[in-house]
Design a protein around this ligand. Structure first.
Ligand code: ASP
Length: 328
């Protein structure tokens, strides 16, 4: 007799739980249907699956914030001590990549934690939610998914929570790992892993969120041709750290460089990221001329923001923060 698998579904809302006019892909309300209804849309699961469900929240993922992230990570850390074999999180696609990275750094389990969602609401023609959820549930029970960090299962592909990004505004194949492509593929319920992220995650991560109620505020600023330098002053008056979405390989003007140097006196770390989405932002003496500034390496701005915020919970050393950007 085959063993049974206890998979726990944590629903947060999003388009996968969206409903609207029959057949239409637009003009719907995200997070409208309950997880119980959501699982009724699934192709039949084998008897050896024991699926339990829990509604964490029911929101469009643009409403997800640090308070929700902290409670979700804490909930998984608590449930991971039970007989649950794996977790599936249904989530809106707009910030799914951010939640996946946050959990990759903060959940303390090697059990599979799989995020999924949909680009089309449950009421659309050819809704993509049922297949994505079906595959995510199967992936959560696979030994191959154990110890790989938080994963995303979407449109027949498997992605690492570390590198996944939303790359399309409306098509169902909406995620990718940019230059790295994906970790592997799903075909029906079977998984085929080809790659693995080498970045440190989950049980090996140094971040402990058990007693945090909020995350330090870190803001993202975009540099663009003619961007005013007083934007830096404004954000520096609000946040404990900044991420700059720069041009090219993390570039900005001489006036911004000068202002960032001034922010060193105010103990504000500044991470130099890029708006490009491919390649790496590495050390450059022209930019890292003040100790408070260091590159994001391969993290895009929205993920560099998460890592800097978590880094600020454990250190005030710029060198240690930069090491974390090389490691995580
Ligand atoms: N706005 C929706 C959300 O992020 C989009 C989606 O889920 O695809 O919740």
């Amino acid at each position: 007799m085959s063993r049974s698998y206890h998979i726990h579904l944590l629903a947060t809302g999003g388009t996968i739980a969206g409903a609207g006019k029959a057949g239409r892909t637009s003009g719907y309300k995200a997070g409208s249907i309950s997880p119980d209804l959501l699982i009724k849309t699934l192709p039949p699961l084998p008897d050896y699956f024991h699926l339990t469900v829990e509604q964490i929240c029911s929101v469009d993922s643009n409403e997800i914030n640090d308070v929700l992230w902290l409670s979700l990570a804490r909930r998984i850390n608590e449930l991971a001590k039970s007989d649950i074999d794996g977790f599936v999180i249904t989530h809106g696609t707009d910030t799914l990549d951010e939640t996946a990275y946050f959990l990759n750094l903060t959940v303390k389990t090697e059990k599979p934690v799989i995020l999924t969602g949909a680009m089309r609401p449950s009421t659309a023609t050819s809704a993509d939610g049922p297949l994505n959820l079906f595959q995510a549930i199967h992936l959560a029970a696979k030994p191959e998914a154990f110890g790989k960090g938080v994963l995303v299962c979407f449109c027949d592909s498997i992605y690492s929570g570390r590198d996944v990004q939303k790359v399309n505004t409306y098509k169902t194949d909406a995620f990718n790992e940019q230059d790295l492509s994906c970790l592997g593929y799903m075909r029906d319920e079977d998984c085929y892993f080809l790659n693995e992220s080498l970045a440190v995650h989950t049980t090996a991560s140094c971040f402990d969120i058990s007693s945090l109620t909020r995350l330090p505020r870190v803001d993202i600023l975009s540099f663009y041709a003619g961007a005013p330098v007083d934007a830096l002053d404004f954000y520096a008056s609000k946040a404990q750290g900044l991420v700059i979405s720069g041009t090219g390989s993390g570039n900005y003007s001489a006036a911004w460089k000068e202002k960032i140097r001034e922010l060193a006196d105010r103990h504000i770390p500044v991470v130099r990221a890029s708006r490009i989405g491919h390649g790496i932002v590495s050390r450059d003496p022209h930019f890292e001329s003040s100790e408070n500034c260091f590159p994001s390496y391969t993290l895009p701005p929205q993920k560099a923001r998460i890592l800097l915020s978590l880094a600020l919970t454990v250190t005030s050393s710029y060198q240690e923060m930069e090491q974390m950007f090389r490691k995580y």
